[in-house]
Write a protein of this length. Structure first.
Length: 140
């Protein structure tokens, strides 16, 4: 094989790899686009974990995760110190929702989660977490 043919094949491979990388990068923003439904499912999962918490700290921690998924980084009650399990799913279930009826359910769930976070009694916080989960499960 001559040097020019080898260079040509190498250039072709490099170009193909560059094209594949560009296609992948073009796809990534779509994959990371807002997904209100998955954010709501993740919020419900954390509400369930909060309801099962054996101490007030665990309940509050998972309710913060729930609220963070619901409201997103710019929403009321978002806690930067708490994990946002929905960080890669969008901007929060509420801001990402396109359906007014679902948005209302999400907002009601966020209100319940805030109540649980404010509760100092374990049973009251667990009850709020359970109610938050139940509210979110109505979206299925």
């Amino acid at each position: 094989m001559t040097g020019s043919k080898r260079l040509s094949r190498t250039s072709f491979r490099a170009g193909a790899q560059l094209l594949a990388a560009a296609a992948l990068l073009a796809w990534l923003p779509q994959a990371a686009s807002a997904d209100s439904a998955s954010e709501a499912v993740t919020a419900a999962t954390h509400a369930n974990l909060a309801a099962a918490g054996k101490d007030i700290g665990t309940v509050h921690t998972h309710l913060h995760h729930t609220l963070n998924c619901l409201v997103g980084p710019k929403g009321e009650g978002f806690d930067k110190a708490a994990i946002n399990p929905c960080a890669n799913a969008g901007n929060g279930a509420i801001p990402d929702s396109k359906d007014a009826a679902k948005t209302k359910v999400l907002e009601d769930a966020a209100t319940l989660a805030r109540g649980g976070i404010a509760a100092t009694d374990l049973a009251a916080a667990q009850k709020a977490a359970h109610e938050t989960e139940a509210k979110l499960k109505t979206l299925k």
